[in-house]
Ligand binder design. Structure first.
Ligand code: BGC
Ligand code: BGC
Length: 865
C-alpha cells in the first residue's frame, strides 16, 4: 500500500532544483489536509489524568534567606508601577535566535537565552567579546525607560553545563557523569565558581545548571548530564555546585559580580522516564519519585538556588510544566523554594491543551517564566489576553513577577550596570581558560577516571619508552568533550575550534617527550616502529538530548572497528591500554577482553592531559597520580541489561556501583562473557540503511525512468529499463556497501518505511539526514535528495553543485539538514520515504549507511547560495 502510494507521488515529477521552485510547499489537496487534520485529532492523547500529590510524603527544605523588608519594599514598589503588559513581558524568555534588543525594549521581556545553537549574529561559534556586545545590547534595551516604562534589567541565560561551554576558549570541565566518580563535593564547588566566573566574563548572568537528574536507564541520551544513578551522590553534589555558581548565601560573595544564577533541572523525574526515552513519561510511584528523583532538590533549595527548570518529561502522563501539585504544592510550599520556576524550551507547549503560543495552564500550575524561544510573541499576546480576561489570576501573575524581581535584586542586577562593565568582563581574556581554571579541570579529569582492568600491571606506563597513541578519540577535543560543547550537539568542530585545549594525545606526547621517550600518534594504529605499548582511545561520538537515546546499551552494536584495532595491536604482542570515552556505561566486554588495561575516561573535556597524569609514571619512575575514581554508575554485563538497580534483588552488573581499581590492587580480570544479549538487529531509531542494506522495517526500491519498481534489497539488481543498476561492494567489511549507477534520466532509488515516521522533533532541533557515501561521478544534469510523506506529499533538495564539489572516490559522511526537506514541502510528521535519490545519467555513488545524525564530514546546505 505504502509503496504504491510512494511510487505514485514520486514518478511524475522531474527533478526541479530547489531554488527555481515557485513555492517551497506543494499544494496538498484540500480534502487530504482535512483528513490529515482529523487524523491528528483522532490520535492526539486525551487530557492527561491528574496524578495526585501528597506533599507530606516529600522531604522538607529551608529557603536560606531571612525576611528582607528593604528588598520586599523595592519589589512591591516596582509591581505597583508596572503595567499588566510589563508584567506579562517579565514572565517570558525568548531565544536570541528569534528576538532582538528592539523586541526586548518594546515587549519588556524578563529574560533572553542562548539555546545550544544560538550565537550572536548567527555565528558558528562566539567569543567572550561577541557575547558581551550582545548582552550589553539586550541590557540597554531593557533599561530604556522612555515612554514611561519601568527599567528592569534583563536576565541572559545559557547552558554552561560543563564550564562556560558556549564560548570559544572557555575551560571545558568533565561532563557530570564523569564528576560523579570523583565523589568530591569540594571539587564541584570550585568548578562551579570557575564556571560562573567564565560566564560573567562573557557578559551572561544565568546558567541552566546543575542538572540534578538521577538517571536510572543509561539508554537515556542525557545520562551524561547527571552526576550519578545514585540519589545520594547527586544530593551530595547539589549544594556544592549551586554554592560554587552562586556563592554561599549570606556571604558578601553571594551573587556578586563573579557569580551567576543557577538553575536546578529538570524538575522532576527526568532521569526516570520509561525505557530512558528523552522527554518521556516517568511511571514511578510518588514515594519513589520523591526518594530517587527529588534527592538533589532539598540541598539545592537549602543552598538558595535561584531558579528551578521544569522538566520536559511527564509524571504518570501529566507533563511537568503543568503539574501544580509538584511545582506549587511540593517545590514552592513543602520545599520552601523562594526563587522562580522557568520552563524548558517550549515545554509548556506539551502540556495537555496547550500550544507553544498559548498556555495559561502552565503559569496557573506554578511556572513563573516561560521559556518560549521562538514562540514568545504569540505567547505574550495570548497570556496578556488571558490575564485581562481573568483566566490567569492577577495574583498569580504578581507572584510570578515578584519572584523574578527578587532574583534580579539578589543578583544586584539593578546596580551592576552593563554586562561588559563588570571587572571580570573587562579581564575576559585572562579569565576564560585561565591557567588556574585549566589546572582545576585537569585535576577533575584525574579524579574522575575509573580503572576497570589492569592485567599484568601494564599501567602505569613508563614514559621513557616508545608509546603509540591510536584510535578515533586519541586527538579529538570534540570526542572527549561530548554534547553541549560550542553548540548543542557538540559536532562539526576540529581541534582548531578549541584554542588552549589539549587532546589526550597532546597530554601523552608532552609527558613522554619530557621524559625522554617517544610518542607516536596513529589513529588507525599503523606505526613506523613497533611500540612498547599502545594507548587506544575510542568511544561515543558527541550527542545531546534525544539524539543520544539508544535502544540498548551495546557500544556500537555490529561495528567492530575499535575491537579490530585493539585485537590487531594485541596480536602483534603489544601491551594495549584502552581509554574509553563515553557519556555513560556501555557494554564493552569484547573491548575489555581485547585490552590489557581498560580505563573509563567518560567525557573529560578540554584538559586531556589529566589522562596522561594518571596513565604515566613520572620520568623518575614514580606514580604521581593514582586512580581515585569509583563508579557512580553500575556497568552492564550485557547490552540489554538495563535498568540496573543496586537496590534490587538479582543485581548482577559487570562492575558494580562503587567499583574502581587503584595501582595498589593486583587484580587480574578473567575473560568476560561476550554474549551481548541482543537478538537480531536491534537498530537504533533513525537508522534506515546500514552496512549496505535497508534495516528492518524499510525496503530499498529502484525505479526506472518509466517509474517501474525493482526491489533493491538483493544485489546485483537493476530496473527493467536498465536505467539504474545496483551492485555490492566492500567499504569496511565484505559487501557492506552498494554502488548505484544511473544511465537514464529520472531513475531513482528510495528507502520506504513500513510505518510513517514523525521527524518533527528532530527537524526542530538541528538534526541532519546523514549518508555515508562515496561519490564516483556526478551528472551535469544534477542530483536530488528527497523525502516522501504519503500520496501527493514530498519534496526534494538539489545537491548538484555541492555534490559535484565533493572529492571523488572518497568515503564521507555527508549530511543534509532535515529543515531543508521541510522547506522543500515535506510534512515531517509523516515521512514514509526518508531517503530518495534522483540523479541524471552518468551519476554513480556508493552508499553504506543512511541515518539521522549530526556528526558529519560535510554538510550540504539548502540555504547555501
Ligand atoms: C534542554 C534544557 C536547556 C534548554 C535551553 C532544552 O532543550 O532540555 O536542558 O537548558 O534547552 O537550551
Ligand atoms: C537548541 C537547544 C535546545 C533544542 C531543543 C536546539 O535547537 O539550540 O538549546 O535545547 O533545540 O530542541
Amino acid at each position: 500500500m505504502r509503496l504504491a502510494a510512494c511510487r505514485a507521488h514520486i514518478r511524475p515529477e522531474p527533478p526541479v532544483p530547489l531554488s527555481t521552485r515557485p513555492s517551497s510547499r506543494r499544494p496538498v489537496p484540500a480534502l487530504l489536509s482535512v483528513l490529515a487534520l482529523s487524523l491528528v485529532a483522532a490520535v492526539a492523547p486525551a487530557a492527561d489524568p491528574p496524578a495526585s500529590v501528597h506533599p507530606s510524603l516529600w522531604p522538607r527544605a529551608h529557603w536560606p534567606f531571612p525576611p528582607d523588608p528593604a528588598l520586599e519594599a523595592r519589589v512591591q514598589a516596582l509591581l505597583k508601577r508596572m503595567t499588566v503588559e510589563e508584567k506579562v513581558g517579565q514572565v517570558i524568555q525568548a531565544d536570541i535566535g528569534s528576538v532582538t534588543p528592539e523586541d526586548v525594549r518594546k515587549y519588556r521581556l524578563g529574560a533572553v537565552l542562548a539555546g545550544g545553537n544560538s550565537k550572536p549574529g548567527g555565528a558558528r561559534t562566539a567569543t567572550a567579546a561577541q557575547w558581551q556586545a550582545l548582552a550589553d545590547a539586550f541590557y540597554h534595551a531593557s533599561m530604556d525607560a522612555s515612554g514611561g516604562h519601568v527599567a528592569i534589567p534583563v536576565l541572559f541565560g545559557i547552558d554552561a553545563v560543563h564550564g562556560n561551554n558556549g564560548t570559544v576558549g572557555a575551560t571545558l570541565f568533565p561532563q557530570n557523569s564523569a564528576l560523579g566518580n570523583a565523589r568530591d563535593p569540594e571539587l564541584l564547588r570550585e568548578i562551579g565558581a570557575a564556571t560562573a566566573a567564565e560566564v560573567r566574563a562573557s557578559g551572561l548572568n544565568w546558567t541552566f545548571a546543575p542538572t540534578l537528574a538521577v538517571p536510572q536507564d543509561d539508554r537515556w541520551g542525557r545520562s551524561y548530564e547527571g552526576y550519578s544513578e545514585d540519589p545520594k551522590v547527586v544530593a551530595s553534589y547539589a549544594a556544592a555546585m549551586v554554592e560554587g555558581l552562586q556563592g554561599r548565601a549570606g556571604t558578601p560573595q553571594f551573587l556578586d559580580g563573579s557569580h551567576a544564577i543557577a538553575s536546578a533541572k529538570h524538575y522532576l523525574g527526568d532521569g526516570g522516564t520509561r525505557d530512558g526515552v528523552d522527554q518521556g513519561d516517568n511511571p514511578d510511584d510518588e514515594a519513589t519519585l520523591a526518594r530517587i528523583h527529588a534527592a538533589g532538590y532539598p540541598p539545592a533549595v537549602d543552598a538558595g538556588v535561584q531558579t528551578v527548570m521544569a522538566s520536559f518529561s511527564s509524571w504518570r502522563g501529566a507533563k511537568m510544566s503543568g503539574n501544580k501539585g509538584l511545582l506549587t504544592d511540593v517545590l514552592k510550599r513543602r520545599m520552601d523554594f523562594g526563587g522562580f520556576v522557568v520552563g524548558d524550551w517550549n515545554s509548556h507547549g506539551q502540556v495537555a491543551g496547550c500550544r507553544n503560543e498559548d498556555c495559561p495552564q502552565a503559569i496557573n500550575a506554578g511556572l513563573d517564566m516561560f521559556m518560549a524561544p521562538d514562540s514568545w510573541k504569540g505567547l505574550y499576546e495570548h497570556t496578556l489576553a488571558e490575564v485581562k480576561a481573568g483566566a490567569i489570576p492577577m495574583a498569580r501573575l504578581d507572584d510570578a513577577v515578584g519572584r523574578i524581581l527578587r532574583v534580579k535584586l539578589r543578583l544586584h542586577l539593578f546596580e551592576q550596570g552593563a554586562p561588559s562593565s563588570l571587572p571580570l568582563a573587562r579581564r575576559a581574556a585572562q579569565v576564560l581558560g585561565s591557567p588556574a581554571h585549566r589546572e582545576l579541570a585537569r585535576r577533575a579529569v584525574r579524579e574522575s577516571l575509573v580503572l576497570l582492568k589492569n592485567n599484568g600491571g601494564v599501567l602505569p606506563l613508563d614514559p621513557r619508552k616508545r608509546i603509540l597513541v591510536a584510535g578515533e578519540g586519541a586527538d579529538s577535543i570534540s570526542m572527549q568533550s561530548g554534547g553541549w560543547t560550542l553548540n548543542w550537539q557538540g559536532t562539526g568542530f576540529t581541534n582548531a575550534d578549541f584554542p588552549g585545549a589539549r587532546s589526550i594525545w597532546d597530554g601523552i606526547r608532552a609527558q613522554v617527550q619530557a621524559a625522554g621517550g617517544t610518542a607516536e600518534l596513529s589513529v588507525d594504529g599503523r606505526y613506523a616502529r613497533k611500540p612498547d605499548a599502545a594507548v587506544v582511545v575510542f568511544g561515543e561520538d558527541p550527542y545531546a538530548e534525544f539524539q543520544g537515546d539508544i535502544p540498548n546499551v551495546g557500544y556500537r552494536p555490529g561495528d567492530t572497528r575499535d575491537l579490530d584495532l585493539l585485537r590487531r595491536l594485541r596480536a602483534q604482542g603489544i601491551p594495549v591500554v584502552a581509554v574509553f570515552l563515553s557519556g555513560r556505561p556501555l557494554w564493552v566486554n569484547p573491548e575489555i577482553n581485547a585490552a590489557d588495561a581498560f580505563v573509563a575516561a567518560w567525557l573529560p573535556g578540554s584538559e586531556g592531559e589529566g589522562v596522561a597524569d594518571v596513565l604515566l609514571r613520572t620520568r623518575e619512575g614514580r606514580v604521581a597520580h593514582d586512580f581515585r575514581g569509583r563508579l557512580a554508575w553500575s556497568w552492564p554485563k550485557s547490552a540489554v541489561q538495563t535498568p540496573l538497580d543496586p537496590g534490587q534483588p538479582g543485581y548482577d552488573p559487570q562492575f558494580p556501583f562503587g567499583y574502581g581499581l587503584t595501582y595498589a590492587d593486583r587484580h587480574e580480570l578473567p575473560p568476560l562473557p561476550e554474549v551481548s544479549g541482543l537478538s537480531g538487529a536491534q537498530v537504533p531509531a533513525g537508522v534506515y540503511f546500514e552496512r549496505g542494506r535497508a534495516v528492518r522495517g524499510y525496503a530499498l526500491g529502484l525505479y526506472g525512468a518509466d517509474g517501474a519498481r525493482a526491489g533493491g534489497d538483493v544485489s546485483p539488481a537493476a530496473t527493467a529499463d536498465g536505467a539504474l543498476r545496483e551492485s555490492a561492494l566492500d567499504y569496511r567489511a565484505q559487501e557492506d556497501a552498494r554502488r548505484f549507477a544511473w544511465s537514464k534520466d529520472r531513475a531513482r532509488l528510495a528507502l520506504a518505511a513500513r510505518r510513517p515516521l514523525d521527524l518533527d522533533r528532530e527537524t526542530n532541533g538541528d538534526v541532519l539526514l546523514v549518508s555515508t557515501l562515496r561519490v564516483d561521478a556526478v551528472s551535469p544534469q544534477g542530483a536530488w535528495l528527497g523525502m516522501g510523506c504519503g500520496a501527493g506529499c514530498g519534496g526534494r533538495v538539489a545537491l548538484g553543485g555541492q555534490l559535484a564539489a565533493l572529492p571523488k572516490g572518497q568515503w564521507l559522511r555527508v549530511g543534509v539538514p532535515l529543515k531543508c526537506f521541510r522547506a522543500a514541502g515535506v510534512d515531517m510528521r509523516r515521512v514514509d520515504v526518508p531517503f530518495e535519490w534522483v540523479a541524471g545519467p552518468g551519476t554513480a555513488i556508493a552508499l553504506s549507511r543512511v541515518a539521522l545524525g549530526t556528526n558529519v564530514d560535510r554538510t550540504l546546505d539548502c540555504a547555501a547560495p
